[in-house]
Design a protein around this ligand. Structure first.
Ligand code: RP5
Length: 155
């Protein structure tokens, strides 16, 4: 199962794409709003219990001075994928830099600003190492995408 967390209900529009793509891949997920600064104790508890509850990847979306992914990664060794949300006056550049510039020792994978879809696909790629069914579905997805992205305009 993938845990999808976000710092605010205002991130839901972007982050719901992650759940949709995971569903298409046949991967179950849970979606929670938990803020690293507004509800830090909940974030800590989530991270500390994640692995035992069967969470194998965490996707964390946050905007502004985004530290949700980094805080989660500090509390768990479950891989954490950050989605910087473009909700601030800096349109996500702040969240991108806050997410990607993790100091050495506690890595966080970082997608593009508002890249919830890629976060789901990357989660699927991580899980595909263990689950052959997910690997097959990813393969079909890629083949279909490849067909749709090709067109001959003239002979
Ligand atoms: C961040 O602050 C959230 O992830 C959100 O992107 C941003 C604004 O939150 P709200 O003020 O809309 O709740 O923590």
């Amino acid at each position: 199962m993938v845990g999808i967390l976000m710092g605010s209900a205002s991130d839901l529009d972007v982050m719901s794409m992650a759940q949709k793509v995971l569903e298409e891949m046949g991967i179950s997920s849970e979606v929670l709003i938990a803020s690293a600064h507004r509800s830090p104790e909940k974030v800590r508890e989530y991270a500390l219990t994640a692995r035992d509850r069967g969470i194998e990847v965490i996707v964390a979306g946050a905007g502004w001075a985004a530290h949700l992914a980094g805080v989660l990664a500090g509390w768990t060794d479950v891989p954490v994928i950050a989605v910087p949300i473009g909700s601030s006056p800096f349109q996500g550049l702040d969240a991108l830099l806050s997410s990607v510039m993790m100091p050495p020792g506690v890595p966080v994978a970082v997608m593009a600003v508002n890249g919830a879809k890629n976060a789901a696909l990357f989660s699927a790629q991580i899980l595909a190492v263990k689950y052959p069914g997910i690997r097959e579905r990813l393969g079909s997805y890629r083949r279909k995408q490849s067909e749709e992205a090709f067109a001959r305009v003239s002979p």
